[in-house]
Write a protein that binds this ligand. Sequence first.
Ligand SMILES: Nc1ncnc2c1ncn2[C@@H]1O[C@H](COP(=O)(O)OP(=O)(O)OP(=O)(O)O)[C@@H](O)[C@H]1O
Ligand SMILES: [Mg+2]
Length: 266
Amino acid sequence: MAKHKAVIAILANAGGVGKTTLAVHLAYELGRRNFSVGLIDLDPQRALDVFCGLPSAAAEFSIAQVLSKDFRGNWPFVSAWENSKVEVCQGHPIMSKIADDLVIRRRGEYTLADRMKNYPLSHDVVILDCPATLGMICENAIAASTGLLVPIQLEMKSVSGAADLVQWAIAIADELDLEPRPPILGLVPSLYDHTRAIHRQYLQQLPEVASQLRIKLYPQIRDSSEFKNASANGLPLQKYRPAHPACKDFVTIANDLVKLVKEGKI
Ligand SMILES: Nc1ncnc2c1ncn2[C@@H]1O[C@H](COP(=O)(O)OP(=O)(O)OP(=O)(O)O)[C@@H](O)[C@H]1O
Ligand SMILES: [Mg+2]
């Protein structure tokens, strides 16, 4: 069982690259390995509600409450799926307004980190599902995290965008003077369609890109319409279609995280 708490932020500088899909499936995979997982929806669009089949939460039962000034430690986690060790702290549209408030609040960038320090969570691993827009919420995620994962789509702008994101995240960690700096644990190619020549071509180039950035490259997550079907049913693919080959696409990352957590490295 885990000795240290890992807080993994899932960040990308574009919408729709598979952040929430990675967050959900990784959470489930870690839960299956007997880790208790807290999944936090930092996106005002509250995508986790759909992926977990949850009714929308009122602001006072969402992450918005946690970041509000009068939070006293009653984290509003709810169970994600039947018989799983994953719990969700739901998102709320008011988060976009809270992001504006944080800009002028003292220690605004550290609010989530402060909450986790002052009111510790019991989960072994916490996963932060970040919004697509880089800003105060993502800065909070970086400040609270012990490691970052960066999904990357196999399109031209995403490949260059991933390099920009990595530089941005490093700059934020420097500016916030985080001690220790959360490492970027890896790039995760997502929505990979092997029938598309351009995807195969970019996938071939990624090891070079990753090594220039000195970041690990994880195996790709394949494009499969079953991901959409699973989330439309409020389930991870591992629960919706346990025998589907894409379920295995999360195994390497989960193995790595388990090892890093057990070694106390994240
Ligand atoms: N590997 C995949 N195969 C097929 N569809 C996928 C895959 N990954 C994600 N999708 C679908 O693509 C859409 C965007 O994915 P997801 O919500 O995970 O991305 P995101 O980066 O979190 O987006 P946002 O920026 O809106 O938060 C969703 O409809 C999702 O079901
Ligand atoms: Mg998302």
